[in-house]
Design a protein around this ligand. Structure first.
Ligand code: G6P
Length: 369
């Protein structure tokens, strides 16, 4: 097992550090910046149908559902196709309205999650086209789907999903870009800009991983917290959900992710000097609004740990702690902002003496209802 961990103390830490490579592996043969090209061989025959789709439904559970939420922002923004993201367990028991015109995309690391598989089979029975985004080659979901794209993240052993999530988001980005290209919903210059930035993501992830020591310091400060709040807006809202899930899964600290503006409709009542509030406050469309959300937290003496764009002096001055991440295109922020949150959850869990790779009551793959 020590050999399998490749010198890391836990599988989760190894998998977090594999992300520059796993994201790069996910691009392989699918992205060519010089030629200005993206493509996903697995769904080639469905490209036209995807471009003409009236709506797309994504079904998933857990972390994969969060990847779906990022996908919703990407698809709607880049392709202008309406997307619904469903918990597979809810979808399957709701007598969902699906027709032959619909495309249902299942997102699953293992490809074995019982609810996701059942949701897909239901959609198939109703005549929808079913596609998959899976990590495990030859898994049940990858076999039942009409077509799909593998994430190529390699085996993920830690129960808390890390590299599978960023690979899922990468595939969803490539898919959205492919469809946008075919539909003509994205200007050539924007397309070129995004794929150029996408190609730089692995190197930028490495730069964030280099901040491990600072992240460990921050973790020390908050390791005894009983609660934590994670806030983000737009495409960073699912990042907040995923940050909270990572913390609760492995450290057993109660954590909630919220769209930053919804804070005033409930969670603000919980804020006092004991409450760490993680905020994704990178430069971009909602930046100013997130800055005012931070002020609201500070006014109530909450502690701010902000994920910011490199060199952002304004939020640096307001936050109790900050983590700088390299600048990137707005659409790609989740691929970077997730990384420090994974590492903080990891360190907090280790400091609390928790079993990081196999947290209590959780399974890597939930093959029963
Ligand atoms: C379990 C795992 C999670 C995972 C979820 C969905 O709860 O602990 O890490 O996100 O199942 O799994 P899937 O294999 O379908 O992505």
């Amino acid at each position: 097992e020590a050999i399998e961990k490749g010198g890391y103390e836990h599988f989760m830490l190894k998998e977090i550090h594999e992300q520059p490579r796993s994201i790069r592996d996910c691009f392989r043969g699918r992205l060519n910046v010089e030629k200005g090209w993206v493509g996903l061989g697995g769904i080639k025959d469905y490209e036209k149908q995807l471009a003409n789709a009236k709506r797309i439904i994504m079904v998933a559970c857990g972390t994969s559902w969060h990847a779906g939420l990022v996908g919703e922002y990407l698809f709607e923004e880049l392709t202008r196709i309406p997307v619904e993201v469903e918990y597979a367990s809810e979808f399957r028991y709701r007598n969902p309205i699906i027709s032959e015109e619909d495309i249902v995309i299942a997102i699953s690391q293992s490809g074995e999650t019982a609810d996701t598989l059942a949701a897909l089979n239901l959609a198939k029975d109703k005549g929808a086209t079913i596609l998959g985004i899976c990590n495990v080659v030859g898994s049940s979901i990858s076999r039942v789907t009409d077509a799909g794209s593998y994430t190529h993240a390699g085996p993920e052993i830690g129960v808390a999903s890390t590299k599978a999530f960023t690979a899922q988001v990468t595939v969803l980005t490539l898919m959205a870009l492919t469809i946008a290209r075919n539909k003509g919903t994205l200007k050539e210059s924007d397309f070129r800009r995004i794929i150029t930035e996408l190609d730089l993501i692995p190197e930028k992830v490495s730069r964030i991983l280099d901040k491990n020591e600072k992240l460990e310091e921050i973790s020390k400060v908050y390791k005894d917290a009983s609660n934590a709040l994670y806030l983000g807006r737009g495409i960073s809202f699912p990042v907040a959900l995923e940050g909270a899930l990572k913390l609760k899964e492995i450290s057993y600290i109660h954590a909630e992710g919220y769209p930053a503006a919804e804070m005033k409709h409930g969670p603000i009542a919980l804020i006092d000097e004991e409450m760490p509030v993680f905020v994704i406050a990178t430069k971009g469309t909602s930046y100013e609004k997130v800055v005012s959300n931070i002020q609201e937290v500070k006014a109530r003496k909450g502690k701010i740990i902000a994920v910011i764009t490199e060199g952002d002096e304004q939020v640096k001055g307001m936050a109790d702690h900050y983590i700088e991440i390299p600048e990137t295109d707005d659409h790609l922020v989740p691929l970077l902002a997730t990384i420090p949150l994974q590492l903080i959850s990891y360190h907090v869990a280790v400091m609390r003496g928790a079993n990081v790779d196999q947290p209590r009551n959780l399974a890597k793959s939930v093959t029963v209802e």
